[in-house]
Write a protein that binds this ligand. Sequence first.
Ligand SMILES: [Cu+2]
Length: 176
Amino acid sequence: MRSSPSIPQPSPEPPASEPAGFSAGWRRSAPLLLLVVLAMTLSACTQQEPEVSANDQVPAALRVAEVEEGEDGEGGESGGEGLEEADAVWTADSSLVYTSAPSTIPADGALLAMELTAGTPHNVVIEGFEGDRILLELDGPGVDTAQVSIPPGTYTYYCSIAGHRAAGMEGTVTVE
Ligand SMILES: [Cu+2]
């Protein structure tokens, strides 16, 4: 749409010189590109190998940390091992219910655990066992564990913090 409508193709250079210019440019830049790609590949390899071997050397600690972060989303506490090994687990958050609770507990010695994911204190008492003492107790995010041997039977468990049992923090569990 300029003042020279007689030129059908407003290309700045003659078409014959363009392939030569492009190929010359490619010949100059291709080795550079190869070097860049090689450098990136080499650095990627040298960066990945130490990470992999480091992970292999400390798998337990890393796995515990990863599982812990995946479960409560806040990371951190080293009590994750207790959760992994526990025979019966209660979980709770800021609400006045157990978000999960066991239905059975092994009678011949059991590791109980409670995981708390919020800053609301909760505990676990098994009614009629050892004078209704508090077996598990947390004031904030973390894991508490207790090794117990409870005689077989059906028990009521509850949270003894004022108002919590009445709000719904109770249930039944069978020790067998
Ligand atoms: Cu509670």
